[in-house]
Design a protein around this ligand. Structure first.
Ligand code: UD1
Length: 419
């Protein structure tokens, strides 16, 4: 099994190009199934999650081929409607096939996602949405089976106990493109990845208003054609490199970033004392002088993203004083804390709060990555830890970061992948 070794103490300097967004590419790939002709999706990151979604599309009968960050999707053979457990268990975004299959095949059978390292993954809002559009839903043998010969638009309220749901918004959006009349999604997720999916569907010919807002209005049953489309930059990869620059007190310019998508992260880093300059040439992040502790509340977009919680905690673990990080989206998303404490961090968890007492130094240790963003956070901690940090279970990392060790090493980090 592969591991990543990081030897701390290098100051990161230089430029890094940010890849296309994983979380936007996944729903866009599923939306491409709804076209009557092939689509070409550009700026696609080369990641295991993208390969898994390509497998989902192939299982449904479509063709998907990734070449040089360009993904060709031909929906012509799309004639199956079952997403099996083997694929859904490795990547929960496979659940988007529910909306696409209902829209095009009038039937869908998708394995229930169950839970994972970051918490329970309920899909009650997804099911409520498609049921309100007229689908009959049953749950049997670990699968959701939905049938709808005639989807009809209606007003659907998608607010959940933790706010809007990205996944439910995508599924209901996809299904609603085939519904008769108008569908209104209230409390829709405003995340840029939803907006990107809306923009892709609109380019295909869908009639959707309100992308990027909490109210989506969809006129269904438009003829959708395949298109060429470039996905947005990955805001989580960008945020991770911003923290890499900050934690090493470096000077890094990020290329290919959408500054609007990063305002909560930028704001928090500036509050800590990091200098962030936004200009047409790039996004320059510099760490100079001393840092101050900060409290971080994870919230749905445009709040501070759950996907950056572990990374900002790595930074705060090294900032003198007491910071409190509150996670409101995923109840178990503190697995990285135990590993960071093995590196000398002083972090205590009290339900959804992590109380972080900044320490003067971290020390390298063998650590275990529990999920995608936790893996990135352990690398960040390793960049400033004394000695070597050996990160195991890095298959999580390959789901969501393209060549992270190459990009970090080009900035001066002492990092390598080992078998
Ligand atoms: C969520 C994040 C997304 C992140 C991803 C992976 C939010 C709003 N979404 O997306 O930014 O990239 O995790 O870390 O921050 N929920 C229900 N019922 C449902 C669906 C969801 O109660 O049917 C709850 C979930 O338990 C969770 C919250 O709503 O607490 C947000 O879930 P959702 O946005 O659907 O999760 P993802 O799509 O995985």
């Amino acid at each position: 099994m592969q591991k990543i070794s990081v030897k701390g103490g290098k100051i990161l300097k230089g430029e890094v190009s940010i890849s296309g967004s994983k979380n936007a590419t996944l729903p866009v790939m599923t939306a491409a199934l709804l076209g009557e002709s092939p689509s070409l999706i550009k700026n696609v990151p080369y990641l295991n999650d993208i390969k898994t979604m390509a497998e989902v599309l192939k299982t449904l009968g479509a063709k998907a081929q990734l070449e040089d960050h360009r993904l060709h999707i031909d929906p012509k053979g799309f004639n199956k409607w079952e997403a099996p457990y083997e694929l859904v268990k490795t990547m929960r975004a496979s659940i988007y096939s529910l909306g696409a299959c209902l829209a095009k095949m009038e039937e869908a059978k998708v394995s229930l996602p169950g839970g994972c390292a970051i918490g329970a993954r309920p899909i009650d809002l997804h099911l409520k949405g498609v049921e309100q559009l007229g689908a009959k839903v049953t749950i049997e043998h670990g699968y959701v089976h939905a049938k709808a010969e005639n989807l009809v638009g209606t007003t659907i309220q998608l607010a959940g106990p933790h706010g809007p749901s990205l996944g439910a918004t995508i599924n209901v959006l996809l299904a609603s493109t085939a519904a008769k009349g108008t569908t209104i999604i209230e409390s829709a997720s405003t995340e840029p990845e939803v907006e990107d999916t809306v923009n892709f569907l609109k380019a295909m010919g869908a009639s959707i208003e309100g992308g990027g807002t909490s109210r989506l209005v969809i006129e269904g049953r438009k003829k959708l054609k395949g298109v060429e489309y470039s996905v947005i930059p990955d805001r989580v990869e960008a945020g991770t490199f911003m923290v890499a620059a900050a934690i090493t007190k470096g000077d890094v310019t990020l290329k290919g970033v959408n500054a609007n998508h990063l305002s909560a992260v930028t704001d928090k880093l500036r509050q800590i004392g990091v200098t962030v300059d936004v200009s047409p040439e790039g996004f320059r992040v510099r760490g100079e002088g001393s840092y101050k502790p900060a409290d971080v509340w994870v919230l749905p977009y445009p709040g501070f993203p759950t996907d950056m919680q572990a990374q900002i905690m790595a930074l705060l673990a090294t900032v003198p004083g007491i910071s409190v990080v509150t996670e409101t989206i995923w109840e178990n998303r503190f697995m990285h804390v135990f590993e960071m404490n093995r590196m000398g961090a002083d972090i205590n968890i009290d339900r959804s709060h992590a109380v972080v007492k900044g320490v003067p130094k971290l020390t390298g240790a063998p650590v275990m990555a529990s999920d995608l963003r936790a893996s990135a956070a352990l690398i960040l901690a390793g960049l400033v830890a004394e000695g070597e940090t050996m990160i195991q279970r890095i298959y999580h990392l390959d789901r969501g970061y393209e060549k992270i060790e190459k990009k970090l090493s080009a900035l001066g980090a002492d990092i390598k992948r080992m078998d």
